[in-house]
Structures are given as structure tokens and as C-alpha cells.
Design a protein around this ligand. Structure first.
Ligand code: ATP
Ligand code: MG
Length: 413
């Protein structure tokens, strides 16, 4: 893409109404646009990052047999009444609305009920199981505080998956497979080493523990206690002697850290399937309960965490796996040769943002650092005299001169 055609611009000023670093950087660099507190629109660069995160999540969910669907945002009240959640005081962050005729509707904040309702049209036998259904969709929650940019949205992107199994044994197998897939996602996003499986409260869904996936960060809202040897943690909310004993953890081995919850998986038993009258017949024709699990990943929150963690005083620093472009090509008065490099790299499948604008070198460099593309290639009179183009990684200070003929093989991966 040519930067002269990109309608967003980088800005030198930090947005005054944002206190969180991820929102400040992402707005300054033109990745997101703030509609209101906790509600952000994705501009072209930001959408490319979101789509890359979605692609990774999708590949890993498909890898464990997940079947993608897209549920609706508007939800009928009656299915939520069957599970006693419509008027549940614990579900206190729900946006609700009404049809013209007064019929009440829920605005999607989670999708257990609608998913069970939808699959019940098709599922009846033990042969149908196990299976997993997921979607990547905007969720709406009336959050009390929305001051953390993409970390806490009132409208945000979540991947939510639901599994259906014939018994606990089958459920445990599915559940652990999906937990393993979660770590593949976090590893591909560059967060593998600092993300911990964390025992937590089962929430409104179940009396059992849930597993949170907590990425260590000072901006995290959760206090977690980490066992470095076991690579496991426990949320402060459930830190009792009894729970430690149950989980085989020792208090003196645990270190307190701050975490951002980037995922959460739950055992749902048969609470929702029973309530919505979804059962199956086993081999003997006997009617049995279906065991469910549900599995969330905060897609837009992940973009916020990565923006926040991988940054320096000059701006963003995207991991290659989700960067909006692989290479930022900066031309300093060498447009003809730069056009040729741009065309050759593009033809070789390398995604390039080409800064062909008629602005100063200083402005180009500052903008490039702010946007945070992994590689910067500068072509200038000076670089040509030195034998080619200057190649620099965003994460490193040093740069090197590369012959133009070697550039493609070096950047093509
Ligand atoms: P939190 O405790 O942070 O409010 P939650 O436990 O209510 O989150 P879940 O219902 O477990 O959230 O949702 C699944 C995932 O969706 C979370 O692990 C998180 O990554 C993401 N998520 C939840 N709420 C938000 C939000 N308001 N903004 C962005 N992402 C969110
Ligand atoms: Mg949660």
C-alpha cells in the first residue's frame, strides 16, 4: 500500500482524553478511532492487525475441529428465561433493547443460550458428539469503567467456542485439547512465555474452577499468584488454603503478579443443555444429558495487550505474526528506484507499506517508528552510495546496507 493514499495520518500529540498507553499509541498511529469511552473503530492499519489475530485464532480453533458460525447480536428473551439468566442480578452489564411493539431483546454479551438453541435443531444422538462450535463476533457489555482502551471495551471482539460432549470423560479430552490450542495462539502472538494458565472462579456458569489465561503486565487488573516451576497460577479471588491444597500448590512457592485476562475457559456441566431441553440418546436409546464447555479469547483485548507490551518511547513494535505490514519502505527522494523495489517485493508476496509521501525524512522516520512495522527499508542517495538500501529492524538500533538484488530473498519468508 502507498502511504500517500492511506487516509489515516500519524499524530505527534498524545490524545488528551486517554490515560491508557495502548489507546494513546493506537490512536496516535492511526490504528483506531475513538467513538466514545470503551468503543473504538478500526482504521485500515488497525483492521489489518485485528484480521491477523483472527486468522491465528481461527487456524488454531479449526485445528482442534472447531466449526465456525456467526450468531446474532440481537437475542430473544425467552431462551434466557429458560436458564434463569434474563433477570439474574449477577449479569449486571447487559445492554437490552426493545422492538417497536415492546418485545424485549438482549444485545449479545455471551452466547451459551443461543448456541444451544441453534444446535438443538440438529443434535440427538451419541454419534453426533463430540463437536465444537465457535464464532468471532462483537460482544457488548455495559462496563462500569472503560478507561483501558482496547483492554476493556463496551463493544469488543471475542472468540467464543462451545463444546458438546456425551460424558465427562469426552468433555475433559476436548477441554484439554482446546487449552493446548490456546497456548499455540498465545505463542504465535509472542505472548507464550508470559501467559499463565490460572485457576479462577467458575463465574456465573459453574461451581467448578475455570481456567483463565493471564498475560503478565503491570496494567493488568487481576492479581495472580504464579508458581514459576509449574508454569501455573491461581487468581487471588480464590486463593484459600483449601483451594491450594486441592490444586497441589504451596503458598510459599507463589509469587504475586499482575495479569491481563486474555482468555477464559469454563466447564458448564449440563446446566444450559438441560435447561434448554437438549439431550441425546445413547447406544441403548436412553436419554442422557449433554456436557458443555465454553472457551473465550479476547481478540481486541489481545491487540491492546500487544500494543501496550511491545512498544518503546517512539511507538508501537508489532510481532511479525500480526504486524499490519511486513516491511515499511521509506523513500528519501529516490522514488523511481523505490517504486521498483515496492513492485518487486509486492510481486514476491511481501506486504509493504510504501512511504512515497512528499514530507521530510524526520517526519517519515518518526511516523515509521510510531506505526511499528517489523522491518524498515530506507532508500536514499546516501544508502545507494553505500551500495544499496538501509535495512533496520524496528526492535533494534543497528541497521545494515543490503544490495537491492538481495533484498527480496532476505525479506521473503
Ligand atoms: P473481565 O474479568 O476482564 O471483565 P470476563 O471474565 O468478564 O472479563 P469473559 O466472560 O471470561 O470475560 O470473556 C472472555 C474473554 O473476553 C476474556 O477472557 C477477555 O479476554 C475478553 N473480554 C471480556 N470482557 C472484555 C471487555 N470488556 N473488553 C475486551 N475484552 C474483554
Ligand atoms: Mg473471564
Amino acid at each position: 500500500m502507498k502511504q500517500s493514499r492511506l487516509f489515516t495520518k500519524t499524530s505527534k500529540t498524545v490524545p488528551a482524553d486517554e490515560v491508557s498507553k495502548n489507546a494513546q499509541l493506537l490512536i496516535q498511529a492511526g490504528f483506531i478511532h475513538k467513538e466514545m469511552a470503551g468503543v473504538y473503530a478500526y482504521m485500515p492499519l488497525g483492521l489489518r492487525v485485528i484480521e491477523n489475530i483472527k486468522r491465528i485464532v481461527r487456524e488454531e480453533m479449526n485445528g482442534v475441529g472447531g466449526q465456525e458460525v456467526l450468531m446474532t447480536t440481537l437475542q430473544p428473551k425467552d431462551i434466557w428465561e429458560k436458564t434463569d439468566r434474563w433477570s439474574d442480578a449477577k449479569v449486571d452489564n447487559w445492554f437490552k433493547t426493545k422492538l417497536v411493539n415492546g418485545t424485549e431483546l438482549g444485545v449479545g454479551l455471551t452466547h451459551e443460550e443461543p448456541i444451544v438453541d441453534a444446535v438443538s435443531n440438529y443434535v440427538s444422538s451419541y454419534k453426533d458428539m463430540p463437536f465444537a462450535v465457535y464464532q468471532i463476533q462483537n460482544k457488548f457489555r455495559n462496563e462500569l469503567r472503560a478507561k483501558s482502551g482496547l483492554l476493556r471495551g463496551r463493544e469488543f471482539l471475542m472468540k467464543d467456542m462451545y463444546t458438546f460432549c456425551r460424558d465427562q470423560k469426552q468433555h475433559e479430552e476436548e477441554y484439554e485439547k482446546i487449552v493446548a490450542a490456546y497456548f499455540k495462539v498465545y505463542t504465535r502472538l509472542g505472548l507464550g512465555d508470559i501467559t499463565y494458565r490460572t485457576y479462577a472462579d467458575g463465574g456465573i456458569f459453574t461451581p467448578r474452577f475455570s481456567d483463565e489465561f493471564q498475560t503478565l503486565s503491570e496494567v493488568g487488573e487481576d492479581n495472580i499468584y504464579v508458581d514459576e516451576d509449574k508454569k501455573i497460577a491461581i487468581n487471588e479471588e480464590i486463593l484459600t488454603d483449601e483451594n491450594l491444597a486441592k490444586l497441589g500448590l504451596e503458598r510459599k512457592k507463589l509469587v504475586q503478579k499482575k495479569g491481563v485476562e486474555v482468555g477464559n475457559t469454563f466447564h458448564l456441566e449440563s446446566k444450559y443443555t438441560d435447561a434448554l431441553d437438549l439431550y441425546y440418546n445413547d447406544e441403548k436409546g436412553e436419554k442422557k444429558s449433554i456436557i458443555m464447555g465454553c472457551y473465550g479469547i479476547g481478540v481486541s483485548r489481545l491487540m491492546g495487550v500487544i500494543a501496550e507490551l511491545f512498544a518503546d518511547e517512539k511507538g508501537l513494535m508489532w510481532p511479525a505474526s500480526i504486524a499490519p505490514f511486513a516491511v515499511h519502505l521509506v523513500s528519501l527522494g529516490q522514488d523511481e528506484q523505490a517504486e521498483k523495489i515496492y513492485a518487486d517485493l509486492s510481486a514476491a508476496g511481501v506486504e509493504v507499506l510504501f512511504d512515497d509521501r512528499d514530507v521530510s525524512a524526520g517526519e517519515k522516520f518518526a511516523g515509521s517508528d510510531l506505526i511499528g512495522i517489523p522491518y524498515r527499508v530506507v532508500i536514499s542517495k546516501k544508502s545507494l552510495e553505500a551500495g544499496g538500501v538501509e535495512l533496520k529492524k524496528r526492535s533494534e538500533q543497528a541497521n545494515e546496507i543490503i544490495a537491492i538484488k538481495d533484498l527480496i530473498s532476505l525479506l521473503k519468508k
